[in-house]
Design a protein around this ligand. Structure first.
Ligand SMILES: [Zn+2]
Length: 309
């Protein structure tokens, strides 16, 4: 086996695997005509969903002025999103635009939201994320301003749909640095408090992402009121929390308490309701999967070469 250097074989195999993946991605990209998919029936349905959810966010006072933004993954490479400087209560279909994962605006007359960088980081990090909402609901934002993560295990809906929320550090909104603040948390949390700013939620549909906003803001409000009634709050017993985690696992919802079972967070599977649209699933291999494939292939190639000696 001295004739064959294991590291050299591994690096050749890795190059081949990465080249195949790059070719596959570029073929997929060429197969998509952005203008066609921007005007497709599927896109139009998603645009209507964004408008409906925008009005809900505004009516519930989760967005103020031109604050907040909504996006949805339309295809492996393209994302529909709300524009900058527009109230979410006044959106119309023509306001929405299409960007690629590098934040190039492909279609739409109005410039995309400056917070799209945050959304794109989430789409790139979490294949299961199909929709992202960023907004400023008052009770959750109050926690983000105080730097207080709400106590957990108090209300079943919070545990099942959201679970423990993370707190990302403050950065200037609209910047790449801000967008990256969520990366340490986003795989295990569908809802993150953004320090001194607001929250961000991701889900399998825009409708579900808005549900999480409602659930977490109501939860934060309930915890604040309950804490005034009694400083020590009654938690749900651990064995009953285990029941709730089993439900989350069945539905494929992320939760750091399920981290020992990565399969549990692969594919959210809550059935779409209320006109919610699910975009086609995207399957990009994670880097650890590429590593595993390379080491398997390297072992096979090495074994084969050994057999030819
Ligand atoms: Zn904001």
């Amino acid at each position: 086996m001295e004739k064959f250097d294991q590291n050299q074989i591994s690096s050749i195999v890795r190059r081949a695997v990465l080249e195949c993946l790059a070719t596959q991605r570029s073929q997929q990209a060429q197969a998509e005509d952005p203008l066609e998919i921007f005007n497709s029936p599927e896109a139009n349905a998603l645009k209507e969903e964004i408008l409906r959810v925008g009005r809900k966010l505004w009516k519930r006072q989760y967005v103020d002025g031109n604050g907040g933004n909504i996006s949805v993954r339309l295809s492996p490479h393209y994302v529909l999103c709300t524009p900058t400087l527009c109230s979410k209560g006044d959106l119309c279909r023509e306001d929405l635009s299409l960007v690629d994962l590098d934040n190039y605006q492909i279609c739409g007359d109005r410039p995309q939201t400056s917070e799209i960088l945050l959304h794109l980081e989430i789409y790139k990090a979490v294949p299961a994320a199909k929709a992202v909402i960023h907004c400023h609901p008052p009770y959750a934002t109050a926690h983000a301003v105080a730097g207080v993560v709400p106590q957990g295990n108090l209300v079943p809906e919070q545990e099942v749909f959201v679970g423990p929320v993370a707190l990302a550090p403050y950065e200037t909104p609209g910047t790449h640095a801000f967008a990256k603040t969520v990366l340490p948390y986003v795989k295990d949390h569908n809802t993150i408090l953004l320090a001194n700013h607001g929250i961000v939620c991701w889900a399998d549909t825009v409708t579900h992402a808005e549900w999480y906003v409602e659930v977490v803001d109501t939860y934060c409000k309930t915890v604040m009121i309950a804490s005034h009634l009694r400083p020590m709050l009654n938690e749900i017993p651990p064995e009953k929390i285990a029941d709730l985690l089993a439900i989350k696992k069945r539905w494929g919802l992320p939760d750091p308490r399920l981290a020992s079972d990565p399969q549990a967070v692969e594919t959210p599977a809550i059935p779409a309701k209320d006109g919610a649209q699910s975009a086609a699933p995207i399957r990009q291999p994670a880097s650890y999967e590429v590593d595993e494939l390379v080491s398997r292939l390297t072992a096979e190639v090495s074994g084969f070469l050994l057999g030819t000696e």
